[in-house]
Design a protein around this ligand. Structure first.
Ligand code: ADP
Length: 695
């Protein structure tokens, strides 16, 4: 004790004297407030004051003790030395504190203090910049507590100052490092987007040309060489897609495209395709879905296929005798969600224990010799891992080297509603003969792509006109009417977006609307919405594949142009407000089929507008407030209802809106919502037109 006293005396005699006077005053005040306080309590209080004095000396923190009534503040020597002052250099009043605050922090700190004293916040803890004697700013964390009288009025407040400048600097450095990393990452994905464009364009030529060549007269050797060429080109494109997928996932741009699908169809189709490979290797190949698994689910079947193809492909690749089995069972379920458990078992070479985790990382193979012996890039499982995570599931492996492996993964899917909605028609459908010949304008600056597109369409019986740039396209459209335009978006001079805008402008006078289909090798998010926003009607990715090309173009075929001889010419109809070339907003036959009852249909039509408006308003409100979650919910509700009306375009738009909302991309969402509003208005009119306003 005496040591402490000596120490204290050496430190600051006048301050201690002052302190003792204050404490005596306080004790006196306490006695006044508690006239009958027993001597015991008074002694306790004196001890606690003493402990406080000790604590003041034992910490690096600065201590302050403010007598609110008198305005006097005790600042401990460390409180002052923290900002470079000797004890006698600063006056012990509240104003000292206030004048040292950074001007930008002043109001915030005093507001916090007042809020605390007024009892509207439970704790006083605030960070601010404080001026050092040398003129620099230190970051201080201040904390404190007030003592209150019987009326809850604060009369004294004490607390500490901690110098947190270093922590603040570290935080700032971290923030800067993160910003740098983020900008490096977005530079990387921009680079990948460009690369994919650059590589896919010539691939368009290679694949398209070999497809065309394969359709000509060839001798056996030529055909064999060409088939090998085509095979290599296909696998190169596959690799390119893998890298793109992976970089999209990395950049957080991968999105699932959820719609209704048939699980048994998916498993059977994949098993049929992969079974051939297994058969060639004389492997037994089996698949089984347990009966309690619902057949129809809502999810991204395309991405599910991708995972299954990868895992089954690996199983077959790494198995030389025995077989491969696929099993799907129920993992868990809730009212609107089912989680499935997929198991892919093989009797192959197995995986060493120390590799079982790392094979799910990018570019990792279990053994260095794997690539040489089996090929592959080590990307497949990394993509599966990330896709499974997007499906709210996980992936893992059990394996015994030399005996085989079992890959497991779980994935969550939505349940379907009572009303059966037809699955969205797949992009690539079996090639059917076009109902009629169409006049198609191809706008493309690359000769190879021009030729590939033109030949494919011509072989199919369409009449093709070529334009090499935006300007030519506009001129052509001026002179001639086309049934559809395939428009490259990246062209020197007037690009595809601009050319489209000018064609649309020119159409205002005639009331026509020529379907414009964007062709682009960019496969990154945002392209599609840009194309649609520019006034285009659909979108096709390069390299062009014939089946997909025909489907996209022929959806715009005029039904009246079908070669149906001996038909009387149609009676002249009043000019339609909508271009006839557009697909109708809903499919009456499908609507009828899925509803199955004329009365129900009429009822559904009667409530359509009100219901749609409700959700659209909700979505708009959420967007204005910048809130992605309620936006997603509104879009999701819309999607649910639009499916009932077999309104394909509106359904697609709403599911895209869902995706943008889900990804938090509000700019993209706004564009989608605007289109969706227009489409819902058209749909409402079309429904009334079909069923009469009396419904
Ligand atoms: P790759 O394109 O090389 O097949 P993956 O990411 O699909 O890339 O697989 C990574 C590695 O994991 C493979 O190279 C292989 O070493 C190991 N592997 C994956 N599946 C199996 C399996 N069924 N049996 C044995 N090894 C496997």
């Amino acid at each position: 004790m005496s040591e402490t006293n000596e120490h204290a005396a050496g430190d600051s005699v006048p301050e201690l004297k002052q302190r003792i006077r204050e404490l005596a005053g306080m004790l006196h005040a306490c006695r006044l407030r508690m006239p009958n306080a027993p001597a015991e309590a008074v002694r306790e209080m004196a001890e606690s004051e003493e402990r406080f004095a000790l604590a003041v000396r034992g910490t690096n923190d600065g201590i302050w003790d403010w007598d609110i009534r008198s305005g006097k503040v005790f600042f401990s020597p460390p409180w002052k030395s923290m900002i470079g002052y000797e004890d006698d250099e600063l006056e012990n009043v509240f104003a000292t504190f206030e004048t040292l605050l950074h001007p930008e922090d002043h109001d915030r700190v005093l507001d916090t203090l007042n809020d605390y004293l007024a009892g509207s916040i439970p704790r006083y803890s605030v960070e601010f910049r404080f001026r050092h004697k040398d003129g620099s700013w230190r970051w201080i964390l201040a904390r404190g507590r007030a003592l209150r009288d019987e009326n809850d009025k604060p009369y004294r407040m004490a607390g500490s100052h901690t110098d947190v400048t270093e922590r603040k600097q570290a935080e700032e450095e971290l923030r800067q490092a993160r910003r740098a990393a983020e900008s490096a990452n977005s530079a990387k994905s921009a680079f990948l987007a460009n690369m994919s464009h650059e590589i896919r364009t010539p691939m368009n030529g290679v694949i398209g040309m070999s497809e065309l060549l394969l359709g000509t007269d060839l001798n056996e050797t030529q055909r064999e060489y060409l088939e090998m060429l085509k095979l290599s080109a296909d696998s190169l494109l596959e690799l390119l897609n893998d890298i793109l997928d992976f970089s999209k996932i990395e950049a957080g741009r991968m999105e699932l495209d959820a719609h209704e699908f048939d699980l048994s169809e998916v498993v059977t189709e994949i098993s049929q395709a992969m079974g051939i490979r297994a058969f060639q290797k004389r492997l037994v190949f089996k698949h089984h879905i347990t009966p309690e698994v619902p057949v129809r689910l809502i999810g991204d079947d395309g991405r599910l296929r991708q995972i299954l193809v990868n895992l089954i492909g690996n199983a077959i690749k790494f198995t030389h005798k025995g077989g491969v089995t696929i099993e799907v069972s129920m993992e868990s379920e809730t009212a609107d969600k089912v989680t499935l458990h997929f198991k892919i078992n093989d009797t192959g070479i197995g995986i060493a224990a120390d590799m079982r985790e790392s094979i799910f990382e990018a570019f990792t193979q279990a053994e260095h010799s794997t690539a040489r012996r089996y090929g592959g890039t080590g990307l497949g499982l990394a993509i599966c891992h990330d896709l499974v995570a997007l499906m709210q599931g996980r992936i893992w492996v059990e394996s015994q080297p030399g005996e085989g492996s079992t890959f497991h993964f779980t994935a969550a899917f939505g349940r379907t509603s009572g009303i059966s909605i037809k699955p969205r028609s797949p992009r690539i459908q079996p090639v059917v003969i076009a109902q009629s010949s169409m006049k198609v304008l191809i706008v493309e600056d690359g000769h190879v792509s021009q030729l590939v597109g033109a030949r494919m369409l011509e072989k199919r019986g369409h009449v093709v006109t070529l334009a090499s740039n935006g300007k030519e396209a506009i001129d052509r459209c001026d002179k001639e009417a086309f049934d559809a335009i395939l428009m490259d978006v990246h062209m020197p001079g007037i690009n595809g977006y601009e050319a489209t805008a000018r064609i649309r402008q020119a159409e205002k006078a005639s009331g026509r609307h020529v379907p414009i289909i964007a062709m682009t090798a960019n496969a990154m998010k945002g392209d599609r919405e840009r194309c649609l926003a520019a006034g285009m009607d659909d979108y096709i990715a390069k390299p062009l594949r014939s089946a997909e090309l025909f489907q996209v173009v022929e959806q715009f075929a005029l039904p009246s142009a079908a070669p149906e001889p001996a038909q009387p010419p149609p009676a002249p109809t009043p000019p339609s407000p909508r271009p006839q070339t557009e697909t109708p907003p809903f499919d009456l036959a499908e609507f009828r089929e899925s509803t199955g009852d004329e009365k129900l249909m009429r009822k559904l039509v009667a409530i359509f507008s009100e219901d749609a408006q409700k959700y659209l308003r909700k979505a708009e409100k959420a967007l204005t407030a910048g809130k992605a979650r309620p936006l997603y919910e509104a879009a999701h509700s819309l999607k649910g209802m639009l499916g009932v009306y077999a309104a394909r375009k509106a359904l697609t738009l709403s599911s895209e809106l869902c995706e943008y909302a889900h990804a938090g991309d509000l700019k993209g969402a706004q564009i989608m919502l605007d289109q969706l509003k227009k489409e819902c208005a058209l749909l409402g009119d079309a429904l009334l037109a079909a069923f009469g306003p009396g419904t």
